[in-house]
Design a protein around this ligand. Structure first.
Ligand SMILES: Cc1ncc(COP(=O)(O)O)c(C=O)c1O
Length: 375
């Protein structure tokens, strides 16, 4: 690496053939987890069989699944009143499963439109029932998270839906919105990056491929009494109750995904849990925001300062041409994945839990140098 890896020699060694990956997802995973997975793909728990080859009903996988659920509960303080499910279909299937289960001709749902992903969820819900857009962020180019008094909520809504972190625009709720109906949260891009108020929610879901593990596994945390009121007549694979009855093994589950997510849960616990994640993430994101704010306007942030995401940092240089040049130079310095989403343009640095602080320092250093040369 040409950039700083100043810490222990073991770290430098383990990073030797890797570069800083700022991808929005799939994204950087903890090195310890990757090393453990390498071993366990060959032979897990001294069973003589790799994790990819074990029966999903056998003893070894049963333990993997049970530990993943227990560790997830321990991380977020999830009580017995919630199910913890590991499903498939990505977060996008949840865009459909939620309204299929909880929307009907008698029940409107409130949706907060804070970006592309909540917008997609709204489109899916509209296929299935009545939707009230309680906040329309498109009017301000999705530059901020609404204050409570910007919400136009429905009395007696079936649920209120929000996306905790808007991966594309780089805005993030600092706390759940104050609503008067059961709260549904898409936490795909900031789950377990900070303490999570589970008890304020009826459902929290997250595709794994940013903060939790590989694509193909979706974590769903759903309150039991809310789930009990789901619509009847759904196909089994789209019915939360069937998945919960079978403990996430209604069919062959995403076994490898669950295994890796379980390892990431253990890693989070070893690091000190969500409070420690929040400290590290604030520090890491702060390094890059400081580089933006101290550039005398060379870098323009996409998100309003009061709505900044700790996970996805979005900004622009003065021109598309300089954006492209910056990305090229970053690649020459072993930094990848910095191109902004095609709908926003500019640059985006995604710095999820496992992304190292050294990568944020390397980026900030290049940003300062680049602005001096091109400002
Ligand atoms: C906040 C958010 N929700 C949903 C999705 C869609 O996830 P999936 O590809 O797992 O369906 C993404 C993907 O980036 C996302 O960032």
């Amino acid at each position: 690496m040409t950039t700083t890896t100043t810490n222990a020699t073991t770290r430098t060694k383990s990073l030797a053939k890797r570069i800083f990956n700022f991808s929005a997802g799939p994204a950087t995973l903890p090195e310890e987890v990757l090393h453990q997975a390498q071993q366990d793909v060959w032979n897990i728990a001294d069973s003589g069989i790799g994790i990819l080859e074990h029966s999903h009903r056998g003893k070894v996988f049963t333990r993997v699944l049970e530990e993943a659920e227990a560790d997830c509960r321990a991380i977020a303080g999830i009580g017995d009143d919630y199910h913890v499910l590991f499903l498939q279909g990505g977060a996008s299937l949840q865009f459909a499963m939620v309204p299929m289960s909880f929307l009907s001709s008698r029940r409107t749902a409130d949706y907060l439109d804070t970006g592309s992903w909540s917008n997609k969820a709204i489109e899916e819900a509209r296929l299935l029932g009545d939707v009230n857009v309680a906040f329309d962020g498109s009017k301000t180019s999705y530059d901020h998270i609404p204050a409570d008094d910007e919400l136009n909520l429905t009395d007696g809504a079936g649920y209120s839906y929000y996306c905790a972190n808007n991966t594309i625009y780089g805005t993030e709720f600092s706390r759940p919105p104050a609503t008067n109906s059961p709260l549904v949260c898409d936490a795909s891009s900031d789950i377990f990056s900070r303490p999570l108020e589970v008890s304020q929610h009826a459902i929290i879901f997250a595709g794994a491929q940013k903060n939790l593990g590989p694509a193909g596994c979706t974590l769903v945390i759903i309150r039991k009494d809310y789930m009990a009121g789901a619509n009847d007549g759904l196909p089994s694979m789209l019915d939360y109750r069937r998945h919960a009855d079978k403990g996430s093994r209604l069919n062959t589950p995403p076994a490898f995904g669950i295994y890796v997510v379980g390892q990431v849960f253990k890693w989070i616990l070893r690091q000190g849990g969500l409070a420690e994640m929040a400290i590290r993430n604030r520090e890491k994101a702060g390094i890059i925001y400081t580089a933006i704010d101290s550039s005398s306007g060379f870098y323009q942030p996409v998100a309003r300062p009061d709505s900044r995401s700790m996970m996805n940092i979005t900004f622009r240089t003065p021109s598309d041409e300089l954006d492209r040049k910056f990305i090229e130079e970053a690649q020459q310095h072993d930094m990848d994945g910095l191109k902004g989403h095609r709908s926003v343009g500019g640059l985006r640095a995604s710095v999820y839990n496992a992304f190292p602080k050294a990568g944020c320092e390397a980026l900030a250093s290049l940003m300062g140098d680049f602005a001096t040369r091109h400002g």
